[in-house]
Design a protein around this ligand. Structure first.
Ligand code: AP5
Length: 216
């Protein structure tokens, strides 16, 4: 968990590779639906462009379908879900039905100036979803993905006004979910203003305490 631009996607991709777990990002799945103009994409685009949350029933239905896929059976890293108390409770119910539970919640804590700098410079691969930054993590070739060679783009919601709205929505909506995991002593706060390598090392150090599978 963490505010927009804290580095959830960047770190979750690396962690998933290292732990050989599936990375499930609700934002990525929603953007795929928008680009394919599916029914869900058409319903979600208006909320995403404004920087508000897509209604819970749409996102939880989408997530239920995703965790039914074979690659999620051995556990997964969730990125961008849950975002409010209702989603946190629904997630627990979904997992209980599958004899799974949450091991730990890494909370990436980033400050507003850092977030704005990161999001206004973010570049994303149009095909594989790899994440770059014009200054912090520049691609080797201008606007070309290092991993798959396809073109990079700037997300529609990475405009300063939309970023500020996303931050407000995040603070208002996520407080309940943060408290929910704090009460269960599952939430670990990490300084996400630090450089990416330090942040991932800190997450890996935490994750090492949870060795039994399946993992969520
Ligand atoms: P989503 O895609 O989840 O967006 P977000 O939560 O706003 O988070 P971001 O993807 O913007 O940031 P990130 O923390 O992943 O940062 P990143 O690693 O890319 O959701 C988008 C929208 O979909 C929402 O607004 C909502 O409408 C909808 N949605 C999604 N989930 C939903 C849900 N559960 N319920 C309802 N609606 C939902 O890094 C950012 C940049 O910083 C990159 O350029 C990166 O290279 C750079 N960077 C990262 N870490 C570092 C570092 N340590 N040092 C320097 N640079 C860094």
């Amino acid at each position: 968990m963490g505010p927009p631009g804290a580095g959830k996607g960047t770190q979750a991709k690396v962690l998933a590779e290292k732990l050989k777990l599936t990375h499930i990002s609700t934002g990525d799945i929603l953007r795929q639906n928008v680009s394919k103009a599916t029914q869900l994409g058409k319903q979600a685009i208006e909320f995403m462009n404004k920087g508000t949350l897509v209604p819970d029933e749409l996102v939880t239905k989408m997530l239920t379908q995703r965790i039914e896929q074979p690659d999620a059976k051995k556990g997964f890293i969730l990125d961008g879900f849950p975002r409010n108390i209702g989603q946190a409770e629904t997630l627990d119910d979904m997992l209980k039905q599958r004899n799974m539970s949450i091991d730990m919640v890494a909370y990436l804590d980033a400050s507003e100036p850092v977030i704005i700098q990161r999001l206004t410079g973010r570049l994303v691969c149009s095909v594989c979803g790899a994440i770059f930054h014009t200054k912090n993590m520049p691609p080797k070739k201008d606007m070309i993905c290092d991993h798959c060679g396809n073109s990079l783009y700037q997300r529609a919601d990475d405009q300063v006004e939309t970023i500020k709205n996303r931050l407000q929505v995040y603070q208002k909506e996520s407080a309940g979910a943060i408290q929910y995991y704090e009460k269960q002593k599952k939430l670990h706060r990490l300084d996400a203003d630090l450089e990416a390598e330090t942040v991932i090392n800190n997450i890996i150090h935490l994750a090492a305490q949870y060795n039994d599978s399946p993992k969520v």
